[in-house]
Design a protein around this ligand. Structure first.
Ligand code: ATP
Length: 518
């Protein structure tokens, strides 16, 4: 008997003149059936799932994860569930994931396409652990979204798994569905490079750092980085050989640790980081960036960062000299507190090639003043090759100009790893080539960095204007550098008196440009 039933029955009889007994019996019966069904489902569920469903699982380490979740969030969306997790995608078919951001890059190829858009969209997915059912091409599908563990790439990132199941035994339905997800996702995400940064781990309070920040950038082509062609080709060939399947056994047989290191050195803004990015894109490797300066990095953190690296990747140690790891500090192995670093020479060397540092990775260090680095840091075995990045010469100036003003990607033919070559499709490109020659002739050789030139061209997007003003601008830059000034005023923005100083150059440039662009 249900406790209090008699009292309730009496009250119902008195006030409603109604006997509730049959209703209570019906409710008890329904409850019994529900409990029995639930129990049956719990015991039979795994059996039914195994025999009635065909499933496929994808973890968030695979690009397919993004394609599937994007399809589901767009096409199934809010129809059959009330609790969601939200995530953002931008219009290029890239996405944000766990600690991962999309960024627009000023380093993307300079030829823009109209379909590139930076607008972010918010999409809904079922909460983690949630399920969603939907029909696709006449088949009932189930979508499950679960946290399944810690990511192997970073001990602090969750590994999430999407399981898509379809009722029936035919895996063809799933294959068609996954194909559609990939198509739906739009531009190929392999045209992006993932760049990982060290960050204080959000879930710990001791300030421990791990690779928990990731950004996705448009893949940079090697052809858009100006560097001595022979040097570029041979570096690319060496890395291709190092990453090939025959390389690990070759190193192992000879008892050599399977590691390779490069030092890219030269003045700031000459393309060292860009080249590292382009190498990562070319070899489809993730890049792991360690910025020592300003991060209070110590030996332990650096060691742990290296230990967390995946087997195949590029590690970029940025501006290793400016981080305060310099010869005099390292000689007696003192801890250096200069410039906020707490690193010792042995700490850095251990991290780079100690017993616990993974093999198979490619190390790239960049430096503006390599002469200040300790010989131990860049000895062969740690750094196998040094590559110089310098100021622009006429060839590079012309190449940057053409890249900036070419109207479309089709106008530029890309040799495998070589420079971009302008195709003379029509008269326009002949003009562009001539303008590039004039532009390059107005620039003093080996004085100006590619970054400075690129910046000038971003501010002078009109070709005639760029050719006409580059001479005066270059002169101003060179004068400022000689005087040790950091601020360089654009001669066009300067007072008239100052502009007159370069009147001759302006006039010459004007006459050149006039002949080109009537
Ligand atoms: N050699 C180059 N070829 C093409 N673009 C270049 C080159 N050098 C510089 N740039 C452009 O200049 C900007 C800065 O380049 P980057 O960051 O690669 O220089 P860096 O040498 O790494 O500088 P830093 O030493 O200050 O880190 C980028 O936008 C890049 O596109």
């Amino acid at each position: 008997m249900i406790p209090g039933f008699l009292a309730m029955r009496v009250v119902a009889m008195r006030y409603f003149k109604h006997d509730i007994t049959p209703w209570v019996i019906k409710a008890l019966f329904a409850g019994g059936i529900y409990t029995m069904g639930k129990h049956l489902w719990q015991t039979m569920g795994p059996f039914a799932e195994k025999h009635l469903l065909t499933s496929v699982s994808v973890t968030n380490l695979d690009p397919l994860y993004d394609h599937v979740s994007k399809w589901v969030s767009t096409n199934v969306g809010t129809k059959s569930t009330k609790h969601f997790s939200a995530r953002t995608y931008n219009g290029r078919g890239e996405n944000s994931r766990n600690g991962e951001e999309d960024v627009d890059s000023d380093e993307s190829e300079n030829i823009t396409t109209p379909e590139k858009t930076t607008r972010s969209q918010v999409h809904f997915l079922p909460v983690k652990g949630g399920r969603q059912y939907f029909w696709h091409r006449g088949c009932l599908f189930r979508f499950k979204n679960e946290v399944t563990g810690m990511s192997a790439q970073s001990a602090h990132l969750n590994e999430e798994t999407l399981t898509v199941s379809c009722f029936g035994r035919n895996p063809e339905h799933l294959r068609l569905f996954l194909d559609e997800c990939v198509q739906f996702s739009g531009p190929d995400t392999s045209k992006t490079t993932r760049i990982h940064f060290l960050q204080k781990t959000p879930r710990t309070f001791n300030g421990e750092m791990s690779w928990c920040k990731t950004i996705v950038r448009p893949a940079r082509s090697l052809a858009t980085v100006d560097l001595n062609e022979k040097a570029k080709e041979s570096v690319v060939a060496e890395i291709a050989d190092y990453l090939s399947d025959r390389s690990p056994p070759y190193y192992a047989q000879r008892g050599i640790p399977h590691r390779r290191g490069y030092l890219l050195y030269g003045p700031p803004g000459t393309g060292k980081t860009s080249f590292a990015n382009a190498l990562a894109a070319n070899f489809k490797l993730d890049m792991y960036v360690i910025q020592i300066l300003g991060t209070m990095m110590d030996d332990e953190t650096l060691m742990s960062a290296f230990e967390q690296l995946p087997k195949r990747c590029i590690v970029l140690l940025e501006d290793i000299d400016s981080a305060g790891i310099q010869r005099e500090d390292m000689k007696d192995n003192k801890t250096t507190k200069r410039k906020n670093t707490f690193l010792t020479l042995s700490g850095v060397l251990n991290a780079i090639d100690g017993a616990s540092s993974p093999e198979g990775r490619l190390l790239i260090m960049t430096s503006n003043t390599p002469e200040s680095l300790d010989a131990a840091l860049i000895r062969p075995g740690r750094i196998d090759r040094q590559v110089y990045f310098g100021h622009v010469d006429r060839k590079v100036a012309s190449s940057i100009f053409i890249r900036m003003f070419a109207k479309s990607a089709e106008d530029l033919h890309r040799a495998q790893d070589g420079p971009l070559i302008l195709i003379d499709n029509d008269g326009e490109n002949v003009k562009l080539r001539q303008a590039a020659r004039l532009f390059a002739e107005s620039i003093p050789e080996d004085e100006i960095t590619p970054a400075e030139l690129q910046n000038f061209l971003l501010q002078h997007k009109n070709m005639t204007d760029a050719v006409a003003n580059v001479g005066a601008w270059a002169l101003a830059i060179c004068e400022a550098k000689k005087a040790g000034a950091n601020i360089v005023e654009d001669p066009l923005d300067a007072a008239p008196a100052k502009r007159n100083r370069h009147a001759v150059d302006d006039d010459e440039a004007d006459s050149d440009s006039d002949s080109l662009f009537p």
